[in-house]
Design a protein around this ligand. Structure first.
Ligand code: SAM
Ligand code: SF4
Ligand code: SF4
Length: 337
């Protein structure tokens, strides 16, 4: 039976972090100074198996979830990922199966993922300037490598590919128009995401956030835009159509105009903790239940009791308090965005 939280929000989406490791070190997510050679990632034994992940997917679906998104860390680092895609796609009630990736390994995996039943893919691409891109990923990966991944995905049933760009003032804001142009020409659906104060490791400052409104102004000075009405309830992006037929572009106003009232997402970490908010502190550990004799009903019961007392609205509270609100919070690379 479906479940609602204390603010009347249903459970609709499950985000699954399949690994806490990443082959990038984006400063806004996994800064090198913190996630250096000595950083202790989860040992293999503590990461959920594919069967355990599917157990959580089934429970979430029984409570009303319809969309599943695989994320990380970098999901394509998880060995055998197409097998997990196949297993999740086979769960009855999963209507939409997507993934968010940095794209570095996408050229190798795009076809296998599509063939396994992945329906949609979002590639994070913060700049189409080779120098800026290399600096932002923190490990000198070349832009071309990701562009080849994008092309491979575009040739598969995963097209049209979505792009996510996080804009930081003074870092990549000069490239907003170039990104928009790249997406228009390649037929990609681009979303600009406001830089958020997730986690504790990157020294977030409100001054570095480029408000979505400013991004829209910059783009509309070059191309005429018109708003598009939301395609489904709970859609987090504000969308705009290019009047000249060049597709659409969106902005995600997580900082300047939060949308907690429509937040229907549950997040599962790689080690099996579930969090009802991106800015969550503790989460609830499902692994002991998953590794016990308790059976699938126990996972569903745990999720039901967690969701039914949920009242998270961190971003709205942060806005009301004019900047940074409470801490400490878990890292984005751990929860998967
Ligand atoms: N590694 C994959 C990737 O980068 O696409 C998946 C995981 S990553 C944590 C998911 C998304 O979170 C990415 O699109 C990334 O840009 C975004 N993200 C990470 N840190 C962020 C921050 N501080 N503010 C806004 N978005 C952030
Ligand atoms: Fe890795 Fe994605 Fe975080 Fe960048 S945003 S460090 S690619 S998990
Ligand atoms: Fe959802 Fe928490 Fe983000 Fe609000 S702050 S939209 S409750 S994840």
């Amino acid at each position: 039976m479906e479940v609602q939280d204390l603010l009347g929000r249903p459970l609709r989406d499950l985000r699954v972090s399949v690994t806490d490791r990443c082959n990038f070190r984006c400063a806004y997510c996994m800064p090198r100074e913190v996630f250096g050679p000595g950083f202790k990632f989860l040992p293999h034994s503590e990461v959920l198996t594919f069967e355990e992940i599917v157990g959580v997917v089934r429970a979430a679906v029984a409570l009303g979830a319809r969309k599943v998104r695989l994320t990380g860390g970098e999901p394509l680092l998880r060995r055998g990922l197409p097998d997990l895609v196949r297993m999740v796609a086979a769960v009855e009630g999963v209507e939409d199966l997507a993934m968010t990736t940095n794209g570095a390994l996408l050229e190798r995996y795009a076809e296998a993922l599509a063939e396994a039943g992945l329906q949609r893919i979002t590639v994070s691409l913060d700049s189409v300037d080779p120098e800026v891109f290399r600096a932002m990923n923190g490990v000198d990966v070349e832009l071309d490598q990701v562009l080849r991944g994008l092309e491979a995905a575009s040739r598969s049933s995963l097209a049209p590919v979505k792009l996510n760009a996080v804009i930081r003032r003074g870092v990549n804001d000069a490239g907003i128009l170039a990104l928009a142009e790249f997406a228009r020409e390649g037929g990609y659906v681009l979303r600009f995401i406001e830089y958020m104060d997730v986690g504790e490791s990157h020294g977030w400052r409100l001054e570095e956030v480029v408000p979505a409104k400013e991004v829209v102004e910059i783009i509309s000075e070059r191309w005429r835009l018109e708003p598009v009405s939301p395609s489904y309830g709970g859609e987090v992006a504000s969308r705009f159509r290019y009047r000249d037929g060049g597709g659409e572009v969106g902005v995600i106003t997580s900082v300047t105009a939060p949308f907690c009232g429509a937040c229907t997402r549950l997040r599962l970490s790689a080690e099996g903790r579930v969090h009802t908010c991106l800015f969550s502190r503790g989460g609830v550990d499902l692994r002991p239940i998953l590794r016990s004799e308790a059976g699938p009903g126990a996972v569903e019961a745990a999720l039901r009791s967690l969701w039914s007392v949920r009242q998270d609205r961190y971003s709205e509270e942060r806005t009301q308090q004019g900047g940074r609100a409470r801490g400490p919070k878990v890292e984005m690379s751990y929860l998967g965005g």
